[in-house]
Write a protein that binds this ligand. Structure first.
Ligand SMILES: NC(=O)c1ccc[n+]([C@@H]2O[C@H](COP(=O)([O-])OP(=O)(O)OC[C@H]3O[C@@H](n4cnc5c(N)ncnc54)[C@H](OP(=O)(O)O)[C@@H]3O)[C@@H](O)[C@H]2O)c1
Length: 243
């Protein structure tokens, strides 16, 4: 699909990869951002004047419903839905600072809201014209690391959900893709990891992949991870366990 002249809906465009996607897709497209109310969201709105801002905390089911309703009522076709927003809480289950209240929030933002939003936006997605649902995933959706067990579970779940949804929608106008990212230098990975790619590189690779055919966009080291996983699943497990 050529990514010009499209109406693109992006969740979480206020920082990191989402912000870069907004910057790189803004010229020549119409962008709507679904984000939780915050000064960062206000800044985004002030910086990109043609942007449509839809306020929603994606951990809140009612807010997700209201965001979808707002988009449907606008009457605009959605050409591309990019499910980008996510959170990652890092404490181990046995750490003193592990807060079990975060379990539900992490699952709701990273997985439940995506499934719900896609379902509720179907009337704007099911059209005659080609439409793309792009779910932003991670190498951790293929092979888990030791920390961030809930995050890994949500990304693994997103991987299977996306594959199944792609099957369900194969006779429609809707293409379902996933972008699998390596470590990217954003707020999410601040203070940990090395050899990260920049959010600019990540967003550019995602956009290049959107224009191509295929169910997955593997970026950077994810290509190597997928190869190792195919040749030796246990080696892939060992590498990621230590990451
Ligand atoms: N960074 C990496 O190494 C990496 C690697 C693989 C995959 N990914 C994936 O890439 C995507 C973007 O991550 P990032 O690294 O760019 O992270 P980031 O800089 O922390 O950005 C996360 C975005 O999600 C939004 N968000 C968080 N909770 C929200 C909520 N409850 N409701 C609405 N929006 C919410 C944030 O908005 P606020 O301004 O409200 O916080 C922000 O715009 C995620 O899906 C992540 O899993 C990242």
């Amino acid at each position: 699909m050529s990514i010009v002249g499209k109406h693109i809906v992006i969740t979480g465009g206020t920082s990191g990869i989402g912000l870069e996607l907004v910057k790189q897709l803004y010229d020549g497209n119409e962008i709507s951002v679904i984000g939780r109310p915050s000064p960062r969201l206000q800044d985004l709105s002030a910086r990109f004047e043609r942007l449509t801002i839809i306020e929603a905390d994606l951990a809140d089911q009612q807010a997700v419903e209201m965001a979808a309703d707002q988009l449907i009522k606008s009457g605009k076709r959605i050409d591309v839905l990019i499910n980008n927003a996510a959170v990652q809480f890092t404490p181990h289950f046995l750490s003193d600072d592990f807060r079990y209240e975060t379990i539900r929030r992490e699952i709701d933002v990273n997985l439940t809201s995506i499934c719900t939003l896609i379902y509720l936006l179907m009337p704007s997605l099911l059209q005659k014209e080609p439409t793309l649902i792009l779910n932003i995933n991670s190498g951790l959706g293929l092979v888990p690391k030791t920390s961030s067990a809930i995050y890994c579970a949500t990304k693994g779940g997103l991987n299977l959900f996306s594959q199944s949804l792609r099957h369900q929608l194969e006779d429609t106008n809707i293409d379902v893709k996933q972008a699998f990212l390596p470590l990217v230098d954003t707020a999410m990975t601040q203070g940990r990891g090395s050899a990260k790619i920049s959010p600019q590189e990540a967003a550019a690779a995602i956009i290049r992949g959107m224009a191509k055919k295929g169910a997955t966009i593997d970026i950077g080291k994810v290509k190597l991870l997928r190869l190792i996983q195919r040749l030796s699943p246990s080696l892939a497990q060992r590498i990621m366990k230590a990451s």
